[in-house]
Design a protein around this ligand. Sequence first.
Ligand SMILES: *[C@@H]1O[C@H](CO)[C@@H](O)[C@H](O)[C@H]1NC(C)=O
Length: 250
Amino acid sequence: MSQYASVVVFLSLVVSLLGEHALPDTFLRCRQTDKKINECLKTAVPDALRKMKKGIPSLSVPPLEPLLVSSMRVQSGAGPVSLTQSYSRVQLHGLTDSVLTTYKADLKHMRLRTDSRTPKMEFIADYVMRGRILVLPIQGKGVANITMVNLLVKHDLIGEPVQRDGQTFMHIKDYKVKFIPEKVILSFTNLFNGDKRLGDQMNLFLNENSELVFNELKDSYEKSLSSVFQDVTNKIFDKVPMNKIFPEQD
Ligand SMILES: *[C@@H]1O[C@H](CO)[C@@H](O)[C@H](O)[C@H]1NC(C)=O
């Protein structure tokens, strides 16, 4: 009898531990069988983003406003922009203002594709850089502000089923993003060891050529940020069983 009792205690402990790993009740749910699941997700995902502004401590989801990224190295090769940049203490602002314009969920194959639009995404970081842009040498160490205005992001998530404790989790094994900003505004403080005249001229030059500069660096930004988005998504998807995120029925 006492053995039985301890099993019951143990099981209820397990259940309550598992129970902690649920989405907050305030999150909107989209049923797997919903014929309009894409419409549902178009509302539910941005709603969840706004509710995650301060993070979800019980799931170790970090605050999304701003989203902190530890460090990033951007290397661009032999083209018109040849630069080595490292960024640290990166803050992304504006993510939670995103809206989704399309959503294509194929839960059977664990594939999620969505386009988001962010009115203003600010990337603020400490930077160190050295290299050449067109014919001009550039170097500096200070604070960077790369602002993407009216940013379209194409997200492509590929998941795989992971079985644990008799539950299926949808682990995201690949997360690709494409950034298509309407406009990019670049600003780097303290270029050329703080030479204000040279620094102002270079910032002007960068903004006159922002499309070229951004296109050269886009791949590196996309790679770094997609792995950040993947981590955040998996904080939830690796802990909350798939049928708790996308219920099978009401
Ligand atoms: C970054 O640049 C944008 C566009 O110029 C500006 O609106 C924003 O206030 C700047 N952010 C910071 C933290 O300097």
